[in-house]
Design a protein around this ligand. Structure first.
Ligand SMILES: [Zn+2]
Ligand SMILES: [Zn+2]
Length: 268
């Protein structure tokens, strides 16, 4: 089986201390064929402040060093996880033009500016009503993002807020009431030649993906990448094979990898 981890973070992300060299060594030891590094660039900070841009220099320097060290042994790809592109699409495009990127994940991590812009991580998601208010705003943002088709190749972790909602009282919180939004999102992405990812959340959220993948496929979706969202070397590769099994179960025959933002399809 062809193993590729297409969502990973290093110390060039605000929330990771990992070195790309260590992550690449771990990937190689696990038998991965490809590692795509996708550090964060969010257009809002954790508390909703605007971000002016991205300093590519440390990202490019680290990538060049690792690519040289692992040449011929592991295919390293240069990606970016771009958060909150709808906040400033022109800024997003300018940032993406600053590096020879292979792959871009488009994500929403924060409430929209009109709803305060706070990172979901910091919200008091203690009851179901609070969770559904967040999900309403989240899906509205995703439906804006999906139209900005030059700012992403795949939509990142579409079930992301659920990570923070497992402890809600009077739950459980599910995506049942968002099926129309998911259908609109997946149809728009598929028609634009864009995709989604299975984000294994370091191997933790796999079961939640099957209905999402089935719906995406029913909407004409074909492009799916697999990534762990690892922020440490130890989490590289976690849940990748299980995610591939889920993809097969949902009827997919290919996973996608990217080079210079062009998808390539690899048999599952
Ligand atoms: Zn993310
Ligand atoms: Zn991430």
């Amino acid at each position: 089986m062809y193993l590729a981890d297409y969502h990973t973070h290093t110390r060039c992300s605000f929330d990771s201390q990992a070195a790309l060299l260590d992550e690449a060594a771990q990937a190689l030891s696990l038998g991965l064929k490809e590692l795509c590094t996708t550090d964060h660039c969010d257009l809002l900070d954790e508390h909703g402040g605007r971000v002016a841009g991205l300093d590519w220099a440390p990202i490019l320097e680290q990538y060049a060093q690792a690519a040289a060290a692992f040449e011929g042994r592991l295919k390293l790809r240069l990606g970016l996880e771009l958060g909150e592109a709808p906040v400033d699409p022109e800024l997003a495009r300018g940032i993406l033009a600053g590096a020879p990127l292979d792959f871009v994940i488009g994500s929403i991590h924060n409430m929209s500016p009109r709803a305060g812009g706070e990172d979901f991580y910091y919200l008091p998601l203690t009851d179901a009503a609070a969770c559904y208010a967040v999900l309403d705003d989240y899906f509205a943002s995703l439906l804006e993002l999906v139209k900005l088709t030059d700012t992403y190749d795949v939509l990142g972790h579409v079930i992301y807020p659920l990570r923070y909602m497992s402890g809600a009282s009077n739950g459980p919180v599910t995506l049942d009431r968002y099926q129309d939004q998911l259908r609109a999102l997946f149809t728009a992405a598929a028609q634009a030649g864009r995709g989604i990812e299975v984000n294994t959340c370091r191997g933790q959220t796999l079961d939640e993906w099957l209905p999402v993948l089935e719906l995406y496929r029913a909407c004409g979706g074909e492009i799916v990448t697999v990534g762990t969202d690892a922020h440490t070397a130890q989490d590289i590769g976690k849940g990748i094979q299980e995610a591939q099994a889920l993809l097969r179960q949902a009827g997919f025959r290919y996973q996608a990898v990217f080079c210079r933002r062009i998808p390539q399809f690899i048999r599952l």
